[in-house]
Design a protein around this ligand. Structure first.
Ligand SMILES: *Cc1c(COP(=O)(O)O)cnc(C)c1O
Length: 389
């Protein structure tokens, strides 16, 4: 493995050799039929992963561009959008929507908790929203949205559901064929990036529109965007030998391999594996006096935000841990310095996580804090095995 470090920040995530090898292949012309064939396969595989009968768009960019594509093609200036936010990335839809003159309402949870379904119901009853954004796993707090509860409520009011899956797609259930209530009550748009739960380096924005979302685009006629306008990309996604703007050829090679690995493992297995990772990592770290920010029932499968025990300095902890080969991320906003974030998704393995738990314990001991590594590893194993069927 060319990886010298264990990259456990919540994106980018560990990349495996076969993806690096795919990316290192000779760059073909972007409309070369040999490249178009690989690109087409990546598009079809993405549809298969999300079980959508709509269209998928894969373009050069990051997750934020995917958020922008999702919004600008469905909601017009002056139309109402409800943002359900469980942290920093949920809040990102506020600024983004404002930049396009969209009329925004927000429901923000206390960090670590979920927005209450009653609050969502009340908001939706009080106004006519074109769409609602949900962040599947908010990477700032490690809080996941409960789609099974939220979708039926939103759909009863007829709004489009835009799901930010940047830290979830490929690891937490996002099934665009699933009905949440009536037969047409489905997730309308899923957006994501290549570098988180899919496990490919950063560089691709990925968005899927179902038929209702495509109909919303059609109704808008014109959108205030050019690169972001899905109508400029539709012909290319149908036939990648056509040109609109140059796709990142080697990134697509890597993504095609990454998505192949996702489908080879199978979605049900991936959902179960990530659930087990989340439960096991959080349980293990409690042995060190650390506390997950999110309530366990609301905790994401893909990453955790962990509060430090008293007396641990964030910068010291993370640099010492990094010197042992494990890279984790600091916390955002008011939690900065008080917590760290650890990703457990994509190509990350159980062995890697066990090793990380051990090294976190050693780091705490180095910093003069007691840590029962054996107990942490026992808790890891127990919670891992009870959560994998
Ligand atoms: C990382 C992330 C984003 C932003 O993605 P970028 O690739 O950094 O632009 C948006 N939403 C969520 C939930 C994320 O985790």
């Amino acid at each position: 493995m060319p990886n010298k470090e264990m990259l456990l920040v919540p994106g980018p995530t560990p990349v495996v050799d076969s993806i690096y090898e795919a990316m290192a292949k000779e760059t073909w012309g972007h409309t070369d039929p040999r490249f178009a064939h690989i690109f087409k396969r990546a598009i079809e595989s993405t549809k298969e992963m999300l079980k959508t009968d709509g269209d998928v768009f894969i373009v050069a960019g990051s997750g934020t561009l995917a958020m922008e594509m999702a919004l600008v093609n469905t909601v017009a200036a002056g139309e109402k959008l409800l943002v359900i936010s469980h942290g920093y990335f949920g809040d990102r839809f506020i600024k983004l929507g404002q930049a396009y003159g969209i009329d925004i309402d927000v429901l923000q949870s206390e960090w670590g908790k979920q927005v209450s379904p009653e609050a969502v119901e009340k908001k939706l009853a009080g106004a006519n929203y074109k769409a609602v954004t949900i962040t599947h796993a908010d990477t700032s707090t490690g809080v996941a949205a409960d789609l099974d509860t939220l979708l039926p409520i939103i759909k009863k009011h007829g709004a489009l559901v835009i799901l930010d899956g940047v830290c979830a797609t490929g690891a937490m259930e996002e099934d665009m064929s699933k009905s949440y209530g009536g037969p047409d009550d489905k997730i309308d748009v899923v957006l994501t990036g290549s570098q988180k739960a899919i496990g490919v380096p950063p560089g691709l924005a990925i968005v899927a529109f179902n038929q209702s979302a495509l109909a919303a685009r059609e109704k808008l006629a014109k959108v205030p965007a050019y690169y972001c306008d899905i109508y400029n990309w539709l012909p290319i996604m149908a036939d990648p030998t056509k040109y609109f703007a140059t796709p990142p050829v080697n990134m697509i090679y890597g993504y095609a391999e990454g998505i192949r690995l996702v489908l080879e493992e199978g979605m049900e297995k991936r959902y179960a594996r990530h659930k087990a990772y989340g439960k096991a990592v959080r349980a293990a770290l409690t042995a060190y006096g650390m506390k997950p920010l999110a309530e366990e029932k609301a905790a994401a499968a893909t990453l955790s935000c962990i509060l430090y025990p008293d007396g641990i300095k964030d910068s010291e902890f993370r640099s010492k841990l990094a010197s042992k080969g494990v890279v984790v991320a600091g916390a955002l906003a008011y939690l900065s310095g008080k917590a760290f974030r650890i990703g457990h998704m994509g190509n990350t393995t159980k062995d890697m996580l066990e090793e990380a738990i051990k090294l976190i314990g050693e780091t705490l001991i180095d910093l003069g804090h007691p840590a029962n590594i054996e107990k942490a590893l026992t808790l890891f194993a127990e919670h891992f095995s009870t959560s994998v069927r």
